[in-house]
Design a protein around this ligand. Structure first.
Ligand SMILES: [Zn+2]
Length: 272
């Protein structure tokens, strides 16, 4: 198996030894690239639903971690909230001046992807030529978050406004896999990531690969939602779940390596 290109992982500052974990992950020869996202949801702590309030890592904190680990294998994505008036300028700043190589957007915060403010942010991201990772599909429960905002149908407006945007549909929009596949048909630059529930439905992955006149398997990219400590375990679990689905070794190489490299805009190494 080729070393992994993981397009979806998080730097969670509350995880003990988070920086050390990323240092160890980057040192592994099983790893080629790992996208690490900042995600600052500014959620109040909820004792009933504590999990999501731990996503409070700022772009500055991610930048500092990347500086400390200093590995070309780690690819930082900044997070912005399109409801903030200067969000388009923030994106430009973090990509042009601060070395971020993509953007993470989180609709369950309470905004729809077809909101004109989000379209404006996406226009800037398209112009910069970097990918955008949308959280799509069900979100872990918290009083401040709703899955409703993360349905793929709301991405259509972005595809129409920004047809060249490299848009990653996070978690394959589970459980709305088929909605994602059908909306994506007009937009060949979109990909679906296998993060968490994104790989639970093998039938949907096969379906996506067989749509006529579509990029098919080129759309499927690896993601883990890892924290640096568990990315490789999650890759193993993903592979174990997909293994009975009849994918060939060549298809695994596309999904777990080459497709992700293309999204990151990196030169593909010569294929044997
Ligand atoms: Zn995530």
């Amino acid at each position: 198996m080729l070393p992994i290109v993981d397009l979806h992982s998080h730097y969670v500052t509350s995880v003990p030894d988070a920086v050390e974990n990323y240092r160890r992950l980057a040192a592994s020869d099983q790893v080629h690239r790992v996208v690490v996202c900042a995600l600052d949801l500014k959620l109040p702590f909820s004792s009933d639903w504590p999990y999501m309030s731990s996503f409070n890592t700022t772009n500055q904190q991610l930048e500092e971690m990347i500086r400390q680990v200093a590995s070309p294998k780690l690819v930082p994505f900044c997070h912005v909230d399109p409801r903030e008036a200067d969000a388009p300028r923030q994106v430009e700043h973090w990509v042009r001046q601060r070395g971020m190589r993509g953007v993470k957007l989180y609709p369950p915060q309470g905004w729809y992807p077809n909101d004109p403010r989000c379209i404006e942010v996406c226009r800037v991201i398209q112009e910069l030529g970097v990918p955008v990772l949308f959280h799509m599909g069900r979100v872990a429960s918290h009083p401040g978050l709703r899955s409703e905002y993360a349905r793929p149908i709301y991405l259509e407006e972005i595809g129409l406004a920004c047809p060249k945007l490299k848009l990653i549909v996070g978690h394959f929009a589970a459980p709305w896999y088929f909605e994602a596949i059908h909306i994506a048909m007009s937009f060949p630059e979109w990909t679906f990531d296998l993060t968490t529930s994104g790989h639970w439905n093998t039938e949907a992955i096969h379906y996506a690969c067989k749509v006529p006149w579509d990029p098919g398997i080129k759309r499927i990219v690896l993601g883990t939602d890892g924290t640096g400590a568990d990315n490789l375990n999650r890759v193993r679990e993903t592979r174990e779940m997909l293994q009975p689905g009849g994918f060939t070794e060549e298809e695994f190489d596309l999904m777990f390596h080459y497709n992700g490299l293309r999204v990151l805009g990196e030169e593909l190494p010569a294929r044997k």
